[in-house]
Design a protein around this ligand. Sequence first.
Ligand code: UD1
Ligand code: UDP
Length: 458
Amino acid sequence: MKIAIVLGTRPEIIKTASIIDEIKLRGLDLLLIHTGQHYDHEMSDQFFLDLELPAPNYNINVGSGKHGEQTALMIKGIEEVLIDEKPDIVLVQGDTNAVLSGALAASKLHIPVGHVEAGLRSFDETMPEEINRKVADACSKLYFAPTEQSAVYLSLEAINRNKIFITGNTIVDACFRNLEIAKKKLSDNNLIEFEKINKENMENGSSLKLNDLDNILTLTLHRAENVDNKERLNNIIEALAELSQLDIVFPIHPRTKKTLENFGLYSKLANLKHVHLIKPVGYLDFLLVLSKSAIILTDSGGIQEEAITLDIPVLTLRYNTERPETIVAGGNYLVGTDKEKIVEKAKLILNDEEFRNNMKNAINPYGDGDSGKKTVDIIVNSYEKDELKIEAPDDVMTSFSTEIIAIDEDITVLDYEKKYNGNVKVVYNNSNDINSMEFPTDDLNLKNKFVIFDRFKN
Ligand code: UD1
Ligand code: UDP
């Protein structure tokens, strides 16, 4: 079996690493296609080294550009590779332009797409990532949903529940495996240093030693809606100025570095003595900084997940999140880019032990670190059962009616579907509560629940 993976940016390399490991462990054929969306050493190659991943078989070398142009070039490049290589499935992970391109190119060639981290929704149509993840889900054959919430969203969008698998998030695999390796690196070297960005002219400067830092706040910032907005960037810098009791470690994403300069905000940030500007760091070193942090301040998707995995309180510099599970669990607060909110919540974490501990004790909703294994198990199983093929149907389609049914039978989802000839789409625990939805797994008992049911008419 040949499994292709399309990736293009830093988080995709990190989050597909455990899947790549599993594919290799089983001796399956791996085809790695890098789109080249991220290309700086510290945004791409560094992660292949840290995570000991094989070099990509192809690099489309798309580079940076406007969305349409970049996406079009990626689709063209990926399509050529897929026509030559004919993989049995193409995996994409997350919500970047690489995911959009990989999913479109493969599905148009009738190659099944597996979407890893499917079903996330921020409901914010201005985010390029929201469009990408919805289009990728529209093109997919197998859906690897990290949580029940994301599985329910897919189910509500009329995706057959048999194609949706709740696997946890591969970020937990990456965190658990690599934190141990990182700690060993620290104990072997007893010194972790980062390349500082010289504050005067943003050239690379001297080094910053992790051991010299005390009360760390790790900051990352790259989301388009924040860093392309001068007022929001300025608010964040003003909040940082108020938090001078902390050592703020800020590995700057290249996009953010550019916009800080363009908006003339760089020197305002650089003048803050407690803010340490460094180049983006490799995964092992970044995990060490995170794990030593008192607070994480970020607009990153993956770092919201890592924070709750590592039990570090996180404040998210956004007005919405497609990771609401972290908020419900109590490990994450949305602070937008509001100076007062950022400072208030950071000070609560620092000074209020109960508040801090409640955040640290939030239960991780993203699984136990075996998401990569579960994902590859499902792919292989579907392949062996010949369920991956995309072919024109020979049968005339079955029509169906969609009904809402209150169930009083003691019966599982699977038995109900067999008995009444249809598909259960969503289960509600309580008819008065729209939020009481459950994902219909085969063995879920439906007694006293409400279902949305597609009843086949034949
Ligand atoms: C992209 C993803 C975003 C993801 C992020 C991870 C899209 C639409 N966005 O955002 O979802 O969270 O990656 O970090 O796919 N640049 C460099 N060197 C590089 C890469 C980028 O200098 O190696 C600069 C270029 O000026 C480029 C800018 O960063 O124009 C933005 O890069 P781009 O890949 O378009 O978007 P990201 O902000 O990185
Ligand atoms: N990360 C890293 N070094 C850094 C900043 C981030 O290794 O200097 C890792 C981080 O641990 C996480 C991933 O990069 O796993 C998140 O990437 P990013 O924030 O760029 O993208 P997003 O998750 O928002 O798509």
